[in-house]
Design a protein around this ligand. Structure first.
Ligand SMILES: Cc1cc2nc3c(=O)[nH]c(=O)nc-3n(C[C@H](O)[C@H](O)[C@H](O)COP(=O)(O)OP(=O)(O)OC[C@H]3O[C@@H](n4cnc5c(N)ncnc54)[C@H](O)[C@@H]3O)c2cc1C
Ligand SMILES: *[C@@H]1O[C@H](CO)[C@@H](O)[C@H](O)[C@H]1NC(C)=O
Ligand SMILES: *[C@@H]1O[C@H](CO)[C@@H](O)[C@H](O)[C@H]1NC(C)=O
Ligand SMILES: *[C@@H]1O[C@H](CO)[C@@H](O)[C@H](O)[C@H]1NC(C)=O
Ligand SMILES: *[C@@H]1O[C@H](CO)[C@@H](O)[C@H](O)[C@H]1NC(C)=O
Ligand SMILES: *[C@@H]1O[C@H](CO)[C@@H](O)[C@H](O)[C@H]1NC(C)=O
Ligand SMILES: *[C@@H]1O[C@H](CO)[C@@H](O)[C@H](O)[C@H]1NC(C)=O
Ligand SMILES: *[C@@H]1O[C@H](CO)[C@@H](O)[C@H](O)[C@H]1NC(C)=O
Ligand SMILES: *[C@@H]1O[C@H](CO)[C@@H](O)[C@H](O)[C@H]1NC(C)=O
Length: 538
């Protein structure tokens, strides 16, 4: 009897608890459903959109019950780590076809209290452009991809959704002696890539993408379209390296094209420990940042058969003969020969850097890769300011060989990169930086164990590198987003405190200026993500 009454009491307690939970769940479900409905009603409100092209009739809106929803979402996810069944999905995807669609999405996301994630090429290393752990709307800029080249003015107007490959191809259609200072992966979107800095193999001569941007068009937090003149020089400064997604939606850029000769020279040679790569890399650190600025030599380190293999990948803005004379004088240790070198138009060299064979038609730059991507990856970055000794190199490689699966890229700075003042753009890694390191691990089979092991391996390598890289702060490249260096985690720090940690690494002293701009243009912090720039009072 006693037992039975206490168990029925327990049952009563449990069911009250259960009922309460159900009510709470229902409430949150209903309020989300209401917000969804409100958001959709707002979008279809023609006062926000161009009446000739409302979102509802142009086929730009995919809600989660649409059978194409997953395909559209998967189209630009380049890292399967953020494409698992339990990865949070947006409540809706808008594939904007018109600038007014972007305006409507900003206004309606804000009015519905949904977070907005903005995606152009989708390459974000941490998936910040398309994943959030609160209810969010995904704005996909992919369809806004026109490229308008003006050779008389030496400029191009490029929309945020255009890929680098599309931009490179369109420029080359107009001229063989004009090029774009930007990255080496043709599928990067100009929306994210440019606003995060944008480096490539022309940087020693012409600086970063952001050093060659002369105008931009954005949609601000009020849904207004602003160009450089209307947004003000402070905001125009901030979006050239501080990341677009903290400030607004980039619609387009006007960039200055840069001069290249009709033929450039490329090469790719590899050397192993047995072939004396220690001496070669030791010398590379000293010469690569100081060589003629027409020459860029990237190193790629991989483990092959339990030894290090370093590949030297070069781009030279000139012909083979001048390159060989230069190498003989400054870097004979590499032993570069004529048969290692290929002359081709600049546009073809972008495909060579994208690991396509010589002779690949330039039209390949227009092809879209087949997605969803089939691999998982984790990347990190570092900056080196002092030449690493031969003993240091030896110890790094021992650790590297033990890790087996890490790949490292070392990209030399110097030239134009050292001339541009640290505060000219938010990107601060200028004078005195010898080279940047990119670490990455790629894997094909998912699983908690594999993922944790690979994340551990990358963190352990990063830890090991501490004595060889920049300190106070340990700098990191903003375009290589890395959650490990600090995010607005819930460990008791406020957002601003947390942001100061990653902010100093990405932007050094420019972080304060970025926060000032943010405070002026988006004081309510509508445009935000895990590593965004917060306004002062947050
Ligand atoms: C394979 C690979 C190769 C790479 N090579 C290089 C390289 O050579 N040089 C280099 O500098 N970097 C390189 N990166 C890094 C790359 O530049 C960044 O990942 C960049 O942010 C990608 O831009 P996206 O538009 O493709 O990506 P997205 O994931 O779409 O966007 C990245 C970030 O920018 C924001 N954003 C995107 N579009 C807009 C917009 N229209 N308005 C406002 N904010 C926007 C997003 O919200 C997100 O925060 C490489 C990355 C990968 C995966
Ligand atoms: C639609 O527009 C009208 C007029 O501007 C406005 O009053 C109304 O609130 C809007 N409705 C939604 C759901 O945004
Ligand atoms: C899915 O959304 C697209 C774009 O709005 C639309 O064209 C299509 O008809 C929708 N499909 C279904 C099954 O609702
Ligand atoms: C070209 O430059 C001129 C003079 O600066 C300017 O008026 C014109 O708008 C430019 N054209 C384009 C397409 O940018
Ligand atoms: C290294 O270079 C050799 C000779 O050029 C080439 O055969 C080999 O494929 C290269 N190895 C790698 C991993 O690129
Ligand atoms: C460069 O691209 C053009 C245009 O597609 C192609 O015809 C040519 O074969 C390519 N040249 C080289 C050397 O790759
Ligand atoms: C990863 O590192 C953590 C912390 O050091 C450790 O607890 C865990 O066992 C490691 N996991 C794997 C798979 O290596
Ligand atoms: C909070 O997290 C950041 C990085 O995420 C770390 O640097 C900081 O030390 C942490 N603070 C506390 C109080 O644990
Ligand atoms: C971190 O920022 C993201 C984006 O603004 C937000 O969704 C998340 O709730 C924040 N987390 C914390 C702990 O502040």
């Amino acid at each position: 009897m006693a037992t039975s009454s206490s168990s029925s009491l327990l049952f009563l307690l449990l069911s009250t608890q259960l009922a309460l939970t159900i009510v709470l769940l229902l409430q949150s479900f209903l309020s989300h459903a209401n917000l969804d409905a409100y958001f959709l009603a707002c979008l279809s409100n023609n006062t926000w959109t161009n009446p000739s092209a409302p979102i509802s009739v142009t086929g730009a809106l995919y809600t989660s019950d649409n059978s194409s929803f997953s395909d559209i979402l998967n189209l630009h996810i380049h890292n399967k780590r953020f494409n698992r069944p339990n990865t949070p999905k947006p409540i809706a995807i808008i594939t904007a076809f018109h600038e007014s669609h972007v305006q409507a999405v900003v206004i309606c996301s804000k009015a519905s209290h949904f977070q907005l994630r903005i995606q152009s090429g989708g390459h974000d290393f941490e998936g910040f452009s398309f994943v959030s752990d609160v209810p969010f709307v995904l704005l996909d800029m992919y369809n806004l991809k026109s490229v308008d080249v003006n050779i008389q003015n030496g400029t191009a107007l490029v929309e945020a959704g255009a890929t680098l490959g599309q931009l490179y191809y369109r420029v080359a259609q107009n001229s063989h002696v004009h090029a774009v200072a930007a990255g080496v992966c043709p599928s990067l979107g100009t929306g994210g890539h440019f606003s995060g800095g944008g480096y490539g193999n022309l940087m020693r001569k012409y600086g970063l993408s952001v050093d060659n941007i002369i105008d931009a068009k954005i949609v601000d937090v009020n849904g207004d379209i602003l160009d450089r003149k209307l947004m003000g020089e402070d905001l125009f400064w901030a979006i050239r390296g501080g990341g677009g997604a903290s400030f607004g939606v980039i619609l387009s850029w006007t960039i200055k094209l840069v001069a290249v000769p009709p033929l450039v020279t490329v090469f790719k040679v590899n050397r192993t420990l047995e072939q004396g790569v220690i001496d070669i890399v030791y010398k590379w650190q000293q010469v690569a940042p100081k060589l003629d600025r027409d020459l860029f030599i990237r190193l790629q380190h991989e483990v092959h058969h339990k030894t290090v293999q370093v590949t030297f990948i070069g781009e030279f803005l000139g012909r083979i003969d001048r390159l060989l004379r230069l190498m003989k004088k400054s870097f004979p240790e590499l032993g570069l020969t004529k048969s290692d070198c290929f002359e081709l138009p600049w546009v073809n060299s972008t495909l060579f850097y994208a690991e396509q064979p010589i002779g690949t038609p330039a039209e390949t730059l227009l092809f879209e890769a087949k997605y969803p991507a089939q691999y998982y990856f984790k990347s990190k970055s570092d900056y080196v300011k002092n030449v690493i000794s031969k003993e240091g190199l030896q110890s790094i490689w021992k650790k590297f060989i033990d890790s087996e699966i890490i790949i490292m890229q070392w990209n030399p700075y110097g030239g134009r990169m050292w001339e541009i003042p640290t505060s000219a753009t938010p990107f601060p890694h200028r004078a005195g930086t010898l080279f940047k390191i990119l670490y990455y691990i790629i894997w094909l089979q998912d699983g908690e164990y594999v993922t944790n092991r690979n994340l551990n391996v990358s963190r352990s390598m990063y830890e090991f590198m501490t004595p060889f890289v920049s300190k106070s702060p340990r700098e990191a490249f903003f375009n290589y987003r890395d959650r490990d260096i600090g995010a607005n985690s819930s460990n008791g720090t406020t957002n601003v405190d947390a942001a100061r940690i990653y902010g100093a690494k990405f932007f050094r002293q420019n972080f304060d200026t970025l926060m000032q701009v943010k405070t002026r243009v988006d004081p309510q912090n509508f445009f935000r993500y895990e590593q965004s720039i917060p306004p002062h009072k947050f």
